[in-house]
Design a protein around this ligand. Structure first.
Ligand code: FAD
Length: 511
């Protein structure tokens, strides 16, 4: 017996058992799932064979405190164009509308007679609140509204520790996730996406104004191919080679040692289930069991993305507030000049400056350097992690509320499974260890390119003749260090001790 949702196929006719109106349009609301393959909402909408209306809604207010940053807007523009092209190849297209999501969806359902709206879930607090309201309102009006998991291996509520609560440490979280998850094979791309009889009038993509008015995006265009084909190509080329060297190369910022899939994953141009399946196959091809396979570390990093979503879902206040309460009263400094020097890559510490310039130029920064630059802001300059998270949010093409919050709170020492506050990254030794020849510095800080490896990470200590030969004039062609490392380290530790004292004070005062 089919269940209430299963259509019975009778030659050309589809007889619906249950609640669906035969032949009525289904709206698929696409957001962070800009792909056709392994898209549960889209596959579900196409299943009965009735008309499907794929729609993207531009609703910046609906994003709450985190409307899309400049770099992400650039990515989104190109990703939507790519999705429209892919839909057209399937006999459909992407309808773009602008306005508050609830009202726009209701109006769209009214004008098209759609009886069903389907989407894949998002996990940011503002999205959860908005989606809940939309679901309730549509259902109250007799329109089916359903959501699917299109972007995680495990739902955040599906992974619980022994006490039934959320995990706060990665290793047990991931161990437990691996013991329960069963991603299954990815869903195929629908062979046909039946179009509606008449297309409602949409907004041309250009009218969303996502591209910069001042064309700062030349290097973005050279660095990235937003869209599902670009995501698939990146995954395939990484699995064909780089993945086997991943554990040795992933910390070398001068090398292309990581997958660079993060913006594709954020916008859902590829799903973690597709990555899991493709990586498992690649592992099997190498004739080793999965976890023994050299590329397993790569899957573990995808696990960190799962962990980030788990944390954001269970601790939705963390984009604004530290998870660890003693950091709530940390004596952060306000220094607009230091913040600007950090943002512009002019701190006088070559590894920090190289990272910040890579970010500004390409919209991405290597993970090792993200940790060093973030640590420098928070611990050397004592500027709040929130300032840094905002800057990354605006400049990263992969800006993701879950991963960015985790990354910043981890580095600042105030989040889950965080590096202890007193572990202060040394930007000089990090550079010497992970960029020993200085190739990364030469690429992004060309004014230091003439310096030999011995001095390139500490130009202020180089003998005058070495600087002269390299054409470096400190304070002119390249800044002197904004702060002294040893002094900054001591001040950071003092500030941390002060924060702990402040956090303990009210408790000590109470009877
Ligand atoms: P790979 O090494 O190839 O890893 C594969 C995938 O695993 C990545 O695409 C990403 O989705 C996931 N991943 C890897 N490392 C992490 C991690 N530490 N946390 C969560 N997911 C991870 N990542 C974002 O996607 N968006 C952000 O906004 C973001 N902000 C960050 C801020 C800070 C301060 C720090 C320290 C890290 C941040 N990260 C963020 C995590 C990480 O730096 C990037 O995911 C990674 O550099 C992306 O490069 P890749 O795709 O080549 O990664």
């Amino acid at each position: 017996m089919p269940d209430a949702k299963t259509p019975l196929r009778l030659t050309e006719t589809t007889l619906w058992v249950g609640h669906m109106t035969p032949g009525s349009t289904t709206i698929v609301w696409l957001r962070h799932d800009l792909r056709l393959a392994d898209n549960p909402a889209l596959s579900e909408a196409c299943r009965p064979g009735d008309p499907v209306l794929p729609v993207f809604l531009w609703d910046p207010e609906g994003e709450g405190e985190w409307p899309l940053g400049g770099a992400s807007r650039w990515w989104l523009h190109h990703s939507l164009a790519s999705l429209d092209e892919a839909l057209r190849a399937k006999g459909s297209r992407l309808l773009i509308l602008r306005g508050p999501a609830l009202e726009t969806l209701r109006e769209l359902a009214r004008t098209t007679g759609a009886r069903r709206v389907i989407w894949n879930r998002r996990y940011e607090p503002a999205s959860i609140a908005r989606d809940r309201q939309i679901k309730e309102t549509l259902r109250a009006e007799g329109i089916e509204a359903e959501s699917h998991n299109g972007s995680l291996l495990c739902e955040p509520w599906g992974v619980q520790n022994k006490s039934g609560g959320p995990f706060q440490v990665f290793t047990p979280f991931w161990k437990h996730s691996l013991s329960i998850l069963n991603p299954g094979p990815p869903l195929p791309t629908p062979t046909r996406i039946p179009p509606p009889g008449r297309w409602p009038r949409g907004v041309p993509l250009e009218e969303l104004g996502l591209l910069p008015r001042i064309p700062w995006d030349a290097a973005f265009r050279a660095s990235w191919s937003p869209g599902e084909p670009g995501a698939t190509a990146s995954l395939n080329s990484f699995l064909a080679g780089g993945v086997l060297r991943y554990s040795e190369e992933r910390d070398r910022p001068a090398h292309a040692g990581t997958s660079r899939l993060s913006p594709h994953l954020h916008f859902g141009e590829i799903s973690p289930r597709q990555i899991w399946a493709a990586a498992s196959q690649a592992g099997a091809r190498h004739g080793v069991p999965d976890t023994a396979w050299k590329g397993w570390q790569f899957i573990t990093e995808v696990g960190w993305r799962e962990f980030a979503h788990h944390l954001l879902f269970h601790f939705p206040h963390t984009p604004r507030l530290p998870l660890r309460h003693e950091f709530g009263r940390f004596p952060w400094r306000s220094s607009p000049a230091h913040l600007k020097a950090w943002q512009q890559g002019r701190t006088g510490y070559p590894l920090v400056d190289a990272g910040m310039r890579e970010l500004w130029t390409t919209g991405w920064m290597h993970n090792r350097v993200r940790m060093v630059t973030a640590s420098f802001l928070v611990k050397h300059l004592l500027i709040s992690w929130e300032e840094g998270a905002r800057w990354f949010w605006d400049t990263l093409v992969d800006a993701d509320l879950a991963s960015n919050t985790l990354g910043w709170q981890w580095t600042a020492g105030c989040g889950a499974d965080a590096a202890p506050y007193f572990r202060i990254f040394n930007p000089i030794s990090q550079g010497e260890k992970f960029d020993p020849k200085g190739d990364y510095i030469r690429r992004w800080v060309p004014e230091l390119s003439g310096l030999p490896p011995d001095w390139i990470h500490r130009p202020w200590e180089a003998p005058p003749e070495v600087l002269g030969r390299a054409g470096v004039s400190l304070g002119r062609s390249y800044p002197r260090p904004l702060v002294d490392h040893a002094t900054a380290r001591k001040l950071a530790l003092d500030a941390y001790a002060e924060a702990r004292r402040r956090a303990a004070a009210p408790a000590a005062a109470s009877p």
